[in-house]
Design a protein around this ligand. Structure first.
Ligand code: CP3
Length: 340
């Protein structure tokens, strides 16, 4: 059993830092594109446990990374609460129905009632654990309540997420009710992921950075805190993208690992987060378009910057789909061959 990821997450001694990439399962891999091309769409992949299992393991076989992350999406949560999503090729997610007013929030399902509908995810986790047979740990995940709420209001990606931010100002009470419903669903969902076999849980707050510090403290952190306090069985990673202003507060959460994006350098991340957490990150995904020597040097510098204990090597956000596979391998191999 390669348990480097779990040991690093718990702050135990490791021979070298573990490495995996956010969005490692996906279009960077030819075997993913081949399978995806035969299917009706993204949702068929997500909702068929055998297929989700297959693409979850592809990067472990191809790249030799130290972790698998279950193939799914953060948008399955709003779907079981009552707002289904579509994945438009080349464009991204789209919600035919969105939250327009406060009363729309009352009609949403939450907690167990919503989470039981995600049986296909739990089956995919069970199957993947069986197939991995201990080769590497399996990461489960969910979106942070604020990030999920942003999609439920906006209905798609957005440059400004102004509909979502407007709602916080105009409907603060409904905002809190909605965030609590998403939180209750997410806790039930993650507990079932752990029961199915997830070895570590990552919370993605991808849109953390569009909130100001006060709003982040009011509308995001308290809900992430509830999730961290509820998931006691396995290590938890919190990745609040672009929320450098909140790194001190994230460092106070009851989590084990803090994800860092490339806007914060390793020394500053360590001093803001404090000594007790493991850090994960933070190579600029665009660095993987550089020459191999540049990638190798930057990877070594990054490891020296973070230190090789209490550290998990990753990018500062998901790998871009058109990244040359050979460059991804240069990055991973540099870590696999690292010795302090
Ligand atoms: O390897 C992995 O990381 C596991 C799978 C995974 C996906 N989505 C699959 C996916 C994970 C962890 C996610 C999380 C996710 N989904 C986040 C948080 C992480 C982040 O990137 O900030 C967010 C914001 C989403 C919502 C989402 N899903 C968007 C905005 C898009 C479109 C952009 C894109 O990358 O195409 C998706 C689609 C999506 N989710 C794809 C994959 C592999 C591409 C779909 C395809 O195959 O065409």
């Amino acid at each position: 059993m390669n348990d480097l990821l779990l040991r690093a997450a718990r702050g135990e001694q490791v021979e070298r830092p573990p490495v995996w990439l956010m969005r490692q399962a996906g279009r960077i891999l030819p075997q993913y594109r081949a399978l995806r091309g035969k299917l009706s769409g993204f949702k068929e992949l997500v909702e068929t446990p055998e297929l989700a299992c297959e693409v979850t393991i592809q990067p472990v076989d191809e790249l030799n990374v130290d972790a698998a992350i279950i193939f799914s999406d953060i948008l399955v949560v709003p779907e079981v609460m009552g707002l289904s999503y579509e994945m438009i090729p080349g464009k991204g997610p789209m919600f035919p129905m969105t939250i327009q007013q406060g009363s729309d929030v009352d009609n949403l399902l939450s907690g167990e009632q919503a989470a039981v509908q995600l049986d296909y995810v739990y089956k995919a986790i069970e199957l993947t654990k069986q197939e991995l047979a201990g080769r590497v740990p399996l990461i489960g995940f969910a979106g942070a309540p604020w990030t999920v709420m942003a999609y439920m209001l906006e209905g798609s990606g957005s440059k400004t997420f102004s509909k979502a931010r407007r709602f916080l100002y105009r409907q603060p009470i409904a905002s809190r009710v909605l965030l609590q419903k998403i939180t209750d669903t997410t806790i039930a969902y993650l507990k079932k992921q752990v029961k199915a076999g997830a070895d570590l849980i990552q919370i993605f707050d991808s849109w953390a950075g569009i909130l100001g510090p006060e709003q982040y403290a009011e509308f995001s952190l308290p809900y992430i805190r509830q999730i961290c306090e509820a998931i006691t069985e396995v290590p938890v990673t919190v990745f609040a993208k672009n929320a450098w202003f909140a790194l001190d507060a994230v460092g106070q959460l009851d989590c084990d690992v803090v994800g860092i994006d490339w806007n914060t350098n390793p020394a500053e991340a360590r001093s803001r987060v404090g000594a007790s957490k493991t850090l994960q990150g933070n190579l600029d995904p665009c660095l993987l378009y550089a020459e191999p020597e540049t990638i190798q040097q930057a990877t070594r510098d990054m490891i020296e910057g973070f230190g090789h204990q209490q550290y998990i090597v990753n990018l500062g956000h998901g790998v871009y789909p058109d990244t040359p596979l050979d460059n991804v391998k240069v990055f991973v191999n540099e870590v696999l061959s690292y010795s302090s």
